[in-house]
Design a binder for this molecule. Structure first.
Ligand code: PLP
Length: 448
C-alpha cells in the first residue's frame, strides 16, 4: 500500500464542483438561531446584513450545493491546495513504516490561510445582489485580509474594523488589507454610534472584538448597499470550507491511503469543518472509519470545558444566539498567540457533532504547540501559523501513541495557514518567554 510520492493531485480539474452540506446527514435536525432577545430569526431579519444566497445555504436541506463558475475561476489561482506526506517529519520522529503523517496545506492561498475559501464566494454573492460594500471586523487581521483580497477581485469595497490594540501592535496585516484597497479603521471609531458610545465612556479604549463587530454590523444595518460578513462559525462558512476535505479525499486516494484519524484546529470551527465534514460523509457511505479530532487551546477550551447551550455569537449582542459549546459570550481568553482560536464559542454544526459523539475534542497548551511547530518547520520547511500548530501537536501525539502501541496509523491533518505574520510569537517562544495559561471558568485571565 502507499506511494513513494510526497505531493498529490495538483491538477486544476480536481477542484470540486459542489460544496458538501452536512446538515441533511446529521442524526438530529440542527437547532435554529434565535434573536438576541430569544425570539425566532427569519430570513428577512438576516437579509439586512447577509446576501440571500448565504442565508439559503445557512438553512439548506440540500446535501450538495453547486459552486458558482466565477468562484471556481478564482479558486483556480491557488486550488487544489497541496496534500503532502510529511516524510521528513516522520524520519525526525523515528516513526515505523506503518505510521504515516499527511497534511493538507491551506497556506498557499493569497491570504496565507483557508479563509479565502469563504471570503471569495461571500464577495461573489454580495456583488451578484448589487451590494457595493462589505463591512467586517478583524482581530489579528487574518479574516480582514482574506476579505480585502476577495473584495478587490470582485470589485466590491471592504471596510474593516480592526481592534485598536492589534491595529497598533500588528501593522503588517493592516498594510496588507490597505494594499488590497480595503479601508481599515482602528476600533472603537467615532464613525458609528457603538464606537462613539465606547469612546464617550473610555476615550483610551484599546477595543475588543465585540466592539468591532458592533461597529461593522451597524454600518451594514444602516446602509442598504452594505452587507456584513463573518469568517467562521456560521453554517454557510463551514459549507464553503468543505473544498478542503473534498479535495483531500481524492488526494488521499492518489496516495493510496485512507486516514485513520483526521485532525484540525478549532477557533470558530470552519477549517475543521472544511476537512472533517466530507470525511463524516465518507464514513456514512461506509468508505472511511476515520476518527475526527478537533483541537483547541487549553486557554480557550470551549469544546472540552464549555457548556452546550444557546449563547450570543458576539460579546455585544448584535448577532443571533446559537446553540453551541460556549465559555460564555463575555469570556475573555488569555492573550495566547493563536489569535484565531480565541473565540468563546464554536460552530453550531461542529458543536452538535461533538455532542452526538461523532467528533472528539482535545485541548493543548501553547508552548507544546510551538515546540511542535518549530519541529515541523525544521523538518518540512513550512512555518506554520500558531493556530495550525495545534493540529500539528495532536498529529505528532497520535503518531507517537501509535508507535508506542506498535500499531499502524495513517494521520491526516489540516495545516490551516502559514506563520509569516506571526514572527513575534516565534521570537517569544525561541527566547523562552512564552507561557501556558490555565482556564478557569468565568474568570478573566490576565494578558501576556
Ligand atoms: C482564523 C484561523 C483559524 C481559526 O478559524 P476556524 O474558523 O476555526 O478555522 C485557524 N487557522 C488559521 C490559519 C486562521 O487564520
Amino acid at each position: 500500500m502507499g506511494s513513494d510520492k510526497t505531493r498529490f493531485g495538483l491538477d486544476e480539474t480536481r477542484i470540486p464542483e459542489a460544496w458538501y452540506n452536512v446538515m441533511p446527514d446529521l442524526k438530529n435536525p440542527p437547532a435554529p438561531p434565535l434573536a438576541p432577545d430569544g425570539g425566532p430569526v427569519t430570513p428577512e431579519d438576516l437579509s439586512v446584513i447577509f446576501p440571500m444566497e448565504c442565508i439559503k445555504q445557512e438553512m439548506s436541506p440540500d446535501r450538495w450545493i453547486d459552486i458558482p463558475g466565477a468562484v471556481i475561476d478564482v479558486y483556480k489561482t491557488y486550488r487544489p491546495s497541496p496534500l503532502l506526506r510529511a516524510r521528513q517529519l516522520e524520519r525526525v520522529l523515528g516513526l515505523p513504516e506503518g505510521v504515516k503523517i499527511f497534511y493538507k496545506y491551506e497556506g498557499v492561498s493569497p491570504a496565507g490561510s483557508h479563509k479565502p475559501n469563504t471570503a471569495i464566494p461571500q464577495a461573489y454573492y454580495n456583488k451578484a445582489e448589487g451590494i457595493t460594500k462589505i463591512s467586517t471586523e478583524t482581530g489579528a487581521g487574518q479574516w480582514g485580509s482574506a476579505l480585502a483580497i476577495a473584495g478587490a477581485l470582485f470589485g466590491i469595497d471592504v471596510e474593516v474594523f480592526m481592534v485598536k490594540v492589534s491595529y497598533e501592535q500588528k501593522p503588517y496585516r493592516r498594510i496588507l488589507m490597505e494594499t488590497y484597497g480595503a479601508a481599515v479603521h482602528s476600533s472603537p471609531t467615532n464613525l458609528t454610534d457603538a464606537g462613539r458610545h465606547v469612546l464617550a465612556m473610555d476615550p483610551d479604549s484599546t477595543g475588543a472584538l465585540g466592539i468591532a463587530i458592533s461597529e461593522a454590523v451597524e454600518v451594514a444595518a444602516k446602509d442598504p448597499k452594505t452587507h456584513y460578513s463573518l469568517g467562521s462559525v456560521l453554517n454557510h462558512v463551514c459549507l464553503h470550507q468543505t473544498v478542503i476535505g473534498l479535495e483531500a479525499i481524492e488526494q488521499m486516494q492518489l496516495a493510496d491511503e485512507e486516514p485513520d484519524v483526521v485532525i484540525a484546529c478549532v477557533g470558530g470551527g470552519s477549517n475543521f469543518a472544511g476537512l472533517a465534514f466530507p470525511y463524516y460523509h465518507r464514513k456514512l457511505e461506509g468508505k472511511s472509519h476515520a476518527r475526527l479530532v478537533a483541537v483547541e487551546p487549553k486557554a480557550c477550551p470551549s469544546l472540552t470545558a464549555g457548556e452546550y447551550r444557546y449563547d450570543l455569537a458576539d460579546e455585544a449582542g448584535m448577532t443571533p444566539q446559537l446553540l453551541m459549546y460556549t465559555l460564555g459570550h463575555d469570556f475573555v481568553p488569555a492573550g495566547i498567540h493563536a489569535g484565531g482560536l480565541r473565540y468563546h464559542g464554536d460552530s453550531p454544526l461542529v458543536s452538535q457533532l461533538v455532542r452526538e459523539g461523532e467528533v472528539e475534542a482535545v485541548a493543548v497548551d501553547q508552548t507544546a504547540c510551538f515546540a511542535a511547530a518549530v519541529q515541523f518547520a525544521r523538518a518540512e520547511g513550512i512555518l506554520p501559523a500558531p493556530e495550525s500548530s495545534h493540529a500539528i501537536r495532536t498529529a505528532i501525539d497520535e503518531a507517537l501513541a501509535a508507535q508506542e502501541a506498535g500499531e499502524d496509523k495513517v494521520i491526516l491533518f489540516n495545516l490551516s495557514g502559514h506563520g509569516h505574520f506571526d514572527l513575534a510569537a516565534y521570537e517569544s517562544y525561541l527566547s523562552g518567554k512564552l507561557r501556558d495559561f490555565d482556564y478557569a471558568a468565568g474568570t478573566v485571565l490576565h494578558e501576556e
